[in-house]
Design a protein around this ligand. Structure first.
Ligand SMILES: Cc1ncc(COP(=O)(O)O)c(C=O)c1O
Length: 347
């Protein structure tokens, strides 16, 4: 099976893991500290705080932004469930808004939703590795006074006008789950430029101020993340190259992913649309290509949340499917996937 995601490690990670064991410093050490410094520099922010998962990063971010009972938080209809679950866990009230043709928050509808619900936070998700319109969102945030929390779990290294995901909002939340563009196994991070928010975030990480979970990562995770981060740019470029080849091959037969103007998409996931997608997925899987639907649900349907009308997401949910795009695919595998997909296309 050509896997849809596949993290790859080198001797470098092995050596680091052995070094950590021999040092006996397996948590709260220099790898974690180094990773936070490197990640903040990479994203282009003052502060980075690692935590044990992306879901926890979203939860802590919402708490740091003051979410509690009665506070509304806007999320897009299409995302992984953690985006909306974090809102419930923080005791907020989610409101779901439709997505645009980039699979990210539809800003036209968002403005109506903001007027109606007065949210305290809006969460744009850079779904599949493509940037949401965070510039437009920043304008609305200044106008209406809500916070922007970027869900950058799928967008390490993606940028808009040269500014990276995780540096546009008041806080950025990342995941380093095994399948992500920077994998640690499990892990997450919060990024921010705001010193006061950094202090609020710390209260959820270092015990003391109020009851909190232990959300730390180990030195092993930090070391793996640090080494993966060094290779991120070249691996994202390879993802972009494969995506370009796919889009060239599929553009007349499928609805191919769009890249927002002046943005860099990092193709965490390569997603096509076709009315016959269930049959196509079945055929691809029979021939050994892992194809999947990200995600087979909309967030408001999944959790029974309040929602604006979602005509785009309703249609996309029935048509989207994703094929492997990880940077370790060989040219022959890319060709094989293209050939099989075109072969199985219903006339
Ligand atoms: C968009 C999105 N948000 C949040 C998360 C949650 O991250 P984690 O699995 O590390 O908790 C993920 C990934 O799993 C995700 O894809």
């Amino acid at each position: 099976m050509i896997k849809i995601v596949e993290p790859v490690f080198s001797e470098e990670e092995k050596e680091a893991v052995v070094e950590i064991i021999e040092s006996h410093q397996i948590t709260r050490g220099r790898w974690t500290e180094r990773f936070n410094g490197k990640f903040a520099d990479y994203v282009g922010v003052k502060h980075s705080f690692t935590v044990c998962s992306g879901t926890v990063a979203l939860f802590i971010a919402l708490k740091a932004l003051g979410v509690d009972r009665g506070k509304k938080v806007i999320v897009p209809a299409m995302s992984f469930m953690a985006t909306i679950d974090a809102v419930y866990l923080a005791c907020g009230e989610p409101v779901v808004v439709d997505v645009d043709e980039y699979y990210t928050l539809d800003l036209n509808q968002l403005e109506d939703a903001v007027k109606r619900y007065s949210p305290s936070v809006v969460i744009p998700v850079h779904l599949y590795g493509g940037m949401a319109d965070v510039e437009g969102l920043k304008f609305l945030s200044d106008k209406y006074g809500f916070y922007v929390l970027e869900d950058a779990a799928q967008s390490h290294g993606a940028s808009l006008k040269g500014k990276k995901s995780g540096s546009w909002g008041h806080i950025g939340a990342f995941s380093f789950y095994a399948s992500k563009n920077v994998p640690m196994g499990e892990g997450g991070a919060l990024t921010t430029n705001d010193d006061n928010l950094a202090e609020e975030i710390k209260k959820w990480i270092d015990f003391g101020d109020h009851p909190a979970f232990n959300v730390r990562i180990t030195e092993f995770q930090a070391a793996i993340g640090s080494i993966q981060l060094k290779h991120l740019e070249e691996r994202n470029e390879r993802r972009r190259e494969i995506a370009k080849t796919y889009t060239q091959a599929f553009k007349d037969k499928f609805i191919t992913p769009l890249e927002r103007e002046n943005s860099k998409h990092v193709y965490h996931i390569y997603t096509l649309r076709h009315k016959d997608r269930d049959r196509i997925i079945e055929k691809l899987r029979e021939s050994g290509v892992d194809a999947r639907v990200y995600y087979p649900y909309l967030l408001h349907e999944l959790r029974g949340a309040e929602s604006m009308p979602t005509p785009n997401a309703d249609r996309f949910k029935r048509e989207v499917f994703s094929i492997p795009v990880h940077p370790y695919l060989s040219e022959a595998q890319v060709r094989f996937i293209i050939d099989k997909l075109l072969e199985y296309l219903p006339e």
